[in-house]
Design a protein around this ligand. Structure first.
Ligand code: CTP
Length: 471
């Protein structure tokens, strides 16, 4: 049989092939196999041959697989002044025993050269979706699939917009679209670009898609005299976030049952009106997702929120504080219980069975309040079936640490995550959080970070504690 290699095809056809392969999420070789199989297939009902496995021989030739157990990180460097820090990041990741591969976007090449990045990585870096050498050697699909984690640092506004829109018109975006691996973004841009509605919209989409975030931090910008939120997180911070995400992937909570409350509660005034609060449920839901990613069996008892149920989590939807307590008690026993819900402290004592009507000339209705059960305190003070670790939140608007210490003692829980929910912090309903962890041992200030990163940090701490390290 005559032999034909893709390399021999004319440039125009090769280009179309590569585009088709990128769109279909296959390597060029697999795309050609698919086309040939479809062309050769009889039109009747005969079963198609199973697809051939992607060729790995050439990939092994130039890029030996890391030793068993070594985690693989693919670093995508976007085009921004912070790209110079990515060289240090490569070093930090390698210091942690990780196998690192690197893609530079076209814009990144204005800031760092493939040669300098390649020298630190210790192998050739990848730059072009249409580069015959890399496509036939490794291929964008293999780059996407071989990674345990993909880090985009710096993640520019443009790269984030392309990701949010599902574009795949260069190597970096094609790999990001073709991967099943967890993605960590380290955004870096001018503060005005960061706060622009379009960027925030894209960010919300990426968070909903399960993309993790580290930074950006507040500080001086490259542009003289500018400061604000938009500096890329420091390489050490990014490396720590990488370790946390990879630790999640190693199932640190396998075999453990974790119970979480999230969101607000709605307390009826009558059948159409209720008392509520501004909680979005983002933090509690992020904790549920992180616990599930760490291998725990998770029950999430959620008040009314506008969030999808986290993947792999068993969710019980409730409305009122009393329903929430009942659902929590039903979900016991659990190894760990985390109370992130903003439970309404009071409910209306005489909630109307019918809609309360305005009557001309009559007084406004009296709505006497009675106290709701304290779910956290009830579970923390149980004699039977008390979870090994009971964690509460403290939503405060003043004297955050002092009030949280007081709550820890009063409610009888083991840890409190205290946060300042004054309107100017943007924490209630927002995407970021600044936590002080209050334990019997003292108070620990965590850096400002996304709610997903708070969740990952909390899950790592829980795993340390219940797997033996009692710190
Ligand atoms: N909590 C609870 N049940 C309640 C009230 C609060 O389980 N009825 C839990 C929350 O989920 C959180 C912790 O208790 O983990 C603290 O909640 P927070 O609203 O900060 O405190 P409160 O107990 O409501 O006290 P205060 O409103 O006086 O600050």
């Amino acid at each position: 049989m005559a032999s034909l290699t893709v390399r021999q095809l004319d440039e125009r056809i090769k280009k179309r092939l590569r585009l088709r392969a990128a769109r279909n999420g296959r390597s060029v070789e697999d795309e050609v196999r698919t086309i040939l199989r479809e062309a050769a297939e009889p039109s009747g009902n005969e079963a198609a041959e199973p697809p051939a496995p992607p060729s790995a021989t050439s990939a092994r030739r130039a890029h030996p697989a890391p030793a068993a157990g070594v985690k693989r990180v693919l670093l995508i460097v976007g085009g921004g002044i912070a790209a110079y820090k990515s060289l240090d990041l490569i070093r930090r990741l390698k210091e942690r025993g990780l196998a690192v591969r690197c893609i530079l976007t076209k814009a990144a090449e204005h800031f760092v050269t493939p040669l300098s990045a390649g020298a630190i990585v210790g192998e050739r870096v990848f730059t072009d979706l249409f580069d015959a050498a890399s496509e036939f050697d490794v291929g964008h699909i293999r780059l996407a699939r071989d990674a345990d984690l993909i880090v985009v640092a710096p993640a520019t506004a443009d790269l984030m917009a392309k990701m949010a829109g599902g574009h795949a018109d260069d190597l970096a975006t094609a790999v990001l679209l073709a991967t099943n691996a967890k993605i960590l973004l380290a955004p870096a841009m001018n503060p005005r670009m960061w706060s622009h509605k379009a960027t925030q919209r894209n960010l919300a989409q990426l968070a909903a898609d399960g993309v993790a975030l580290v930074g950006p931090n507040e500080g001086e910008m490259a542009e003289a005299g500018e400061r604000g939120l938009g500096r890329m997180a420091e390489p050490l911070e990014i490396a720590a976030a990488v370790e946390r995400l990879l630790a999640g992937a190693v199932q640190t909570l396998k075999g453990k049952r974790v119970l979480i409350t999230s969101g607000p509660t709605h307390e009826p005034i009558d059948p159409v009106r209720y008392i509520a609060n501004r909680s979005s449920g983002k933090q509690g839901h992020a904790i549920a997702a992180a616990a599930s990613a760490a291998g725990a069996e998770v029950v999430l008892v959620s008040g009314p929120v506008n969030l999808p149920d986290p993947h792999g989590v068993s969710v019980v939807h409730v409305e009122t504080a009393r329903d929430m307590l009942q659902a929590v008690e039903r979900a016991l026993p659990a190894d760990v219980a985390i109370f992130a819900a903003a439970v309404a402290d009071w409910r209306v004592a005489n909630a109307g069975e019918q809609k309360i009507k305005k009557k001309p000339g009559q007084r406004t209705p009296d709505l006497p309040l009675i106290e709701n059960p304290d779910i956290l305190a009830t579970i923390a003070q149980r004699k039977a079936q008390r979870p090994e670790l009971v964690i509460g939140f403290a939503a405060e608007t003043e004297n955050v640490a002092a009030n949280a210490k007081d709550k820890l003692a009063r409610k009888g829980c083991d840890w409190i995550l205290a946060n300042d929910v004054s309107p100017q912090t943007g924490i209630m309903g927002g995407d970021r959080n600044t936590i002080q962890l209050v334990t019997a041992a003292g108070i620990e200030a965590w850096p400002p970070q996304s709610k997903e990163d708070v969740a990952a940090m909390l899950i790592a701490r829980i795993a340390d504690r219940i797997n033996g390290d009692k710190a």
